[in-house]
Design a binder for this molecule. Sequence first.
Ligand code: SAM
Length: 291
Amino acid sequence: MLGTEAKPELFPEVFVGPRRPLLKWAGGKTQILDVLRKAVPKEFLRYAELFLGGGAFFWSLARPGSFIADSNPDLLNFYHVVRDTPDDLLDAAAQLPITKHDYYRIRSLPAGLLSPVDRAARFAYLNKTCFNGLYRVNQQGHFNTPFGGKTDVKVLDEADTHAASRLLRKCTILCADFTESLSLLSEGDFVYLDPPYLPIGGFSDFRRYTKDFFTESHHVRLAMEFGKLRDKGVKALLSNSATDKIKFLYKSHFCVTVMAARHINCNGKGRSKIPELLVANYPLELDNVIS
Ligand SMILES: C[S@@+](CC[C@H](N)C(=O)[O-])C[C@H]1O[C@@H](n2cnc3c(N)ncnc32)[C@H](O)[C@@H]1O
């Protein structure tokens, strides 16, 4: 019938995410963004990222309506506060003095007893001033990375924090284990999964983002869930270390190896390119090895 067609939007809202992630995050994907972008399927309805961390890929795609999740409660509190009260957060972060003495004082504050804004400011502060931006907690869940030694650090960039806030207001953010967040995916979604990597060689405890280890059995469970997504109509892309075990777990999917610059030991000195595996449940049109 004439006049009932959906009218195309003349000026669709264009979202620009922050120029860079708000946080430094071990295993962050800034290094391989170009490759990840080429791996995005041509058609999908909603973007989802369930091991969000610093969210390098999420910010670069900047798609309103996305579904993002991670199991780290401090991280998710931070994103909730960025979304809801970015100015309060910027004020609170700007008031935290950066000296070695203050670092250890602020690190010793009980995160769970602080207001959400103070907790988020403390989190960003520790993230930017700690050694090598390495988020690491002990078995009680207490952040235990030492001071990084630099005092001329900008904890949060104002423009980036506001850009992130605008985007997050259009997204769904959940603090959840991947089992729960995977169950919330639906037909038409494109999900990116970037779990803590299966350790290669000597840095087994390096990626300790939460008080619980991400063990080999978690990787097996994740691979089993990954195998079910195609039947659910969900396009899925995953990255992990290019180890024989991971290649075996995903051998029935589309896999390519990419090279990413990484710190290769926990003292932050060694940095070299290591192979990472990209796995998809749809054809990946990439060169086999990208260096
Ligand atoms: C490799 S990092 C993700 C890095 C991210 N892609 C980036 O660009 O910064 C892995 C993330 O998985 C989260 N994580 C660990 N165990 C999890 C679990 N069981 N369920 C959901 N997230 C988990 C960690 O908190 C961490 O942020």
